[in-house]
Ligand binder design. Structure first.
Ligand code: AMP
Ligand code: ZN
Length: 134
């Protein structure tokens, strides 16, 4: 996909700050830096999101993400890491090319807030289960 920014990055057609690269994936620093050291692991093959991705590529990428997360945590002296992926616009995906965010966490007030809203009691869990598994 020639108009895909991450395809251009993985093909080295545009510049990025590369942390890691192999045949399956590439890790770069995210331009936005949600926290200091925020990185992305992007696939070498274009998949729109995690939902369409090849299983083997995904397995490889999550291991690469784990290794880089540990390296970032250690060398930037982070206290924790969020690894996440957004799939589709409704979930906040802005670049339709599979990527995992690696977000180093320094404390709970470092500017990144992935807190879940608590809707406990609002829906019947058995109903949800039956609908998912039908
Ligand atoms: P998402 O919203 O999950 O699709 O994440 C896309 C991410 O890509 C955002 O965090 C952007 O800051 C980042 N991004 C967009 N363009 C570039 C670029 N050229 N180099 C590095 N990161 C980028
Ligand atoms: Zn792409």
């Amino acid at each position: 996909m020639s108009d895909c920014i991450f395809c251009m990055i993985k093909d080295h057609q545009i510049n990025s700050t590369v942390l890691y690269e192999d045949d399956i994936c590439m890790a770069i620093l995210d331009l936005s830096q949600a926290t200091r050291g925020h990185a992305l692991v992007i696939s070498k093959v274009h998949y729109d999101s995690v939902l369409e991705a090849d299983d083997e590529a995904l397995a490889h990428m999550i291991v690469a993400a784990k290794r880089l997360a540990n390296q970032i945590k250690k060398n930037l002296n982070a206290q924790g890491i969020n690894i996440l992926t957004n799939a589709k616009e409704a979930a906040g995906q802005t670049v339709s090319h599979l990527h995992f965010h690696i977000i180093p966490r320094y404390d709970q007030h470092d500017g990144f807030n992935p807190k879940f809203t608590d809707h406990q009691g609002q829906w019947d869990l058995e109903d949800i289960k039956n609908e998912i598994l039908k």
